[in-house]
Design a protein around this ligand. Structure first.
Ligand code: SF4
Length: 761
């Protein structure tokens, strides 16, 4: 292959477009890695709507990870004490299907579990749902999105009636106030941050507020950094709401016309007076008032968050409390405004569309909803009642059910739970107890491979064609540009072959991923994430496309941005309607409307990049719901025995558990080892010097890190990056310390905070 291949970066949810060309095309000597493999050339795709040619160090170096430490052949063993031996695919498939049948007969289908990944392409996700939830009849499919975005999913569903980030990246350059909470965007979503920072520097009236216990590179760029105590996010958000109410910065018409449950919320925020909130959060009243003033005086506020909000035992409440601020000020559905979750994984969004969590079904449906279950059963040709009405096991529930001996088969794919799960010693012990674990991955060794009976080699980025959806709902076709090494296969092909061998030949008769995608998008018809206008062919010819993108284009609707008059074609004539809310907003009951702003000069501006521009939500009454929450704080607050709060996070160069980035020299030299950040006051109290090794102990385990003494972290709080597993740094695993207490609504564990003690060694 000699031409340039367009694809998307397989690391974070920014979803930067990439162009890949073969090494030989670039003349001179072909670049080779240390093992002699030719390195493909990667550069940003200037035509990609989300990234416009920009990439960070991870995207720029991705090609260097393609050939290192790849799993090339199926491997099997009878017990975890034995060495693996190479097997044929036939042998591996026979073993897996026999084992599935045995577990079905002896323990029942609910003893079968699959744990997948936001690294999947949408086709992989879809086939896994069809196999597990449809053909086998168990909802025990969960993905590592449970550790990443499930609080955002639950928050959107509870507030708006459906999942889906309402904003788009253009809003970064249209906002008056960027409110970043629980997100180190500069390091974790660098290209989004580049756009925001450039705009912020050029427009000094634009405000940037960053809420984070650490002074991160993101916080360095802010007009206002609120270094709140870990676990006080809801106090802060309710405190801002209290001031917005007191200073009359709210939008009563929007609240009246477009929302429900405001009285309950108003009753809650009444209790969050500035002095109380400032005291709880550990900030000054002046800073709290400045944040509320920035928010209240801005016409357009864009809030962004990621793991600092989601990875919490009250994650859903935090998400809804952010959304509340937008609802009370009417800051949604218009350019530059709205709540915007920044997705961690490259295709966690595609996973949500395909139903890739244990309570979801394809097309933004839930297993609990009888009508939605019936729609999927009918579409898949299943008998009524085949899909279980009960949500399956979340990934932490899988761990506890392994402990209880209730799991007969665990299938893990494209994720590394032996590093990324909380309470790692307990997780590892549970994995060790699994009677039969299949581990499907592109790389070997990984920490999780030690707990597998069968290893299946997966094709990865660049070796299979499929789609991914990024944080702003832009869907990109990621085309294969090289053949997989050895006998590796696409994840969806592996799942489909197992399905066929279990007797579902017709259900899994796909010959390529384009056919899989074509079937999947039909299930999105008339759903909030309608993608029926998309296919591999369309994405290839027309480029990356944002949803909703229905096959049948809706009637256009126009809004006059000066007068607030709504008009649309009706029975041949144009009618106008006065609106009860702000002039640039409109109401319409037409789903998926093509919404345009009409300028005063008569031209129209497309506005279909955002959700809820018609101010109608997916709830039964069309209104967005306020969530009324008091702050509960950390699940494990510090105490005299464990006096410090440990917070965990990510570094600019590394990706998650280093399966790829740990093998790239440039990134390894940027971040050679883990560390613990300690404030000088705490360090001096414990006689800790810079680079001294510290044993960090929690109620669950211990780890060792060299100290990095810095004022970037607040006194009483310490920070450790989460990237290092046992393969890379023995006894330096952040998650040996963390706990699994989870949000009751999203089931997302509180990976961001636990209580620890520090012992200098
Ligand atoms: Fe890849 Fe994210 Fe970096 Fe873009 S910002 S190049 S998607 S890691």
């Amino acid at each position: 292959m000699t031409e340039i291949t367009k694809t998307v970066c397989p690391y974070c949810g920014v979803g930067c477009g990439l162009e890949v060309s073969p090494p030989a095309q670039h003349g001179k000597a072909t670049n080779r890695d240390s093992q002699g493999n030719p390195i493909w050339r990667v550069r940003g795709d200037k035509a990609h709507p989300s990234s416009q040619g920009m990439v960070c160090v991870k995207g720029a170096t991705i090609a260097e990870s393609l050939d290192k430490n790849r799993l090339r052949y199926p491997m099997v063993r009878d017990s975890l004490e034995q060495e693996f031996r190479r097997a044929t695919w036939d042998e591996a498939f026979d073993l897996i299907t026999q084992r599935i049948q045995t577990v079905r007969l002896t323990q029942g289908v609910q003893a079968i579990c699959m744990y997948g990944s936001g690294q999947f392409q949408t086709e992989d996700y879809y086939i896994a749902q069809k196999l597990m939830k449809g053909c086998l009849g168990t909802n025990n499919f969960d993905a590592n999105s449970r550790l990443c975005m499930s609080s955002a999913v639950a928050g959107y569903i509870q507030s708006f009636g459906a999942d889906g980030p309402p904003c788009c990246y253009d809003d970064l350059e249209l906002t008056d106030c960027a409110f970043l909470i629980g997100t180190n965007t500069a390091e974790c979503h660098p290209i989004i941050f580049n756009r925001l920072e450039k705009y912020h520097k050029k427009n000094r009236k634009v405000k940037m507020i960053v809420v984070d216990p650490r002074r991160t590179p993101t916080a360095e760029a802010a007009d206002l950094h609120l270094a709140i105590r870990p676990g006080t996010d809801i106090d802060l958000l309710n405190g801002i709401a209290h001031l917005l109410m007191r200073w009359n910065y709210i939008d009563p018409a929007f609240i009246e016309d477009c929302t429900s449950n405001f009285p309950a919320y108003a009753e809650v925020i009444r209790h969050y007076s500035p002095d109380v909130v400032a005291h709880r959060c550990g900030i000054s009243v002046e800073d709290l008032e400045t944040a509320a003033r920035y928010w209240g005086q801005s016409k357009r506020v864009l809030s962004m968050w990621s793991m600092g909000v989601n990875q919490s035992s009250e994650g859903t409440a935090k998400v809804r409390t952010i959304i509340n601020l937008h609802l009370m000020t009417g800051q949604i559905g218009k350019p530059g405004a709205g709540p915007f979750s920044l997705t961690g994984q490259p295709n966690a969004m595609g996973g949500r569309e395909a139903g890739g969590l244990s309570h979801l079904l394809p097309g933004y449906r839930t297993v609990k909803n009888a009508q939605q279950r019936g729609e999927v059963e009918e579409f898949w040709g299943l008998k009524p009642g085949q899909i279980s009405p009960n949500p399956g096991l979340s990934v932490w529930d899988m761990i506890t059910e392994l402990e209880n001996g209730n799991v007969g088969l665990l299938w893990i794919a494209a994720t590394n739970p032996a590093v990324s799960m909380p309470d790692l010693e307990r997780t590892k012990k549970a994995l060790w107890r699994s009677p039969f674990t299949i581990y499907q991955d592109a790389y070997h060794p990984t920490e999780t491979a030690a707990y597998a009976h069968v290893l299946l080699p997966a094709a990865q980025w660049g070796e299979k064609t499929g789609v991914m959806t990024n944080s702003e709902r832009v869907v990109t076709l990621c085309q294969a540009f090289r053949t997989p090494p050895g006998e590796a296969k696409a994840d969806w092909e592996i799942f489909a072959e197992v399905g066929r061998r279990l007797g579902f030949e017709k259900e899994f008769s796909f010959t390529n991923s384009a056919e899989v995608y074509t079937e999947f998008v039909k299930l999105t018809c008339n759903r909030p994430c309608d993608m029926t206008g998309m296919s591999h062919e369309q994405l290839q010819t027309e480029g990356s496309t944002q949803w909703p993108h229905p096959e049948k284009k809706p009637e256009p609707i126009y809004i006059d941005s000066d007068t607030g008059v709504l008009s649309f074609e009706e029975e041949g004539g144009e009618k106008s309607y006065e609106l009860g809310v702000k002039s640039y907003e409109l109401k319409s009951s037409t789903p998926n409307s093509e919404l345009l702003y009409r300028r005063s000069d008569g031209t129209s501006v497309p506005n279909s990049k955002r959700l809820y521009t018609d101010l109608r939500f997916h709830t039964p009454d069309g209104r967005a719901r306020f969530g009324a929450y008091h702050s509960r704080g950390l699940a494990e607050p510090p105490d005299p025995d464990y006096p410090f709060v440990l917070t965990t996070g990510r570094l600019y160069g590394h990706w998650h558990t280093q399966t790829r980035t740990g093998r790239i020299e440039k990134i390894r030299s940027m971040h050679p080892q883990p560390f613990i950040e300690i404030h000088p006051r705490d360090a001096s109290g414990l006689n800790i010097t810079d680079n001294q090794w510290i044993e960090v102990r929690s109620r669950r385990g211990k780890s060792k890190f060299p100290a990095k003494i810095t004022r970037a972290i607040a006194p009483g709080t310490v920070f450790v990056p989460m990237h290092w597993g046992a393969l890379w740094a023995e006894n330096s695993e952040a998650n040996a310390l963390t706990h699994p207490e989870s949000c009751p609504d999203s089931l997302q564990p509180e990976l961001k905070a636990c209580a620890v003690q520090l012992v200098p060694i």
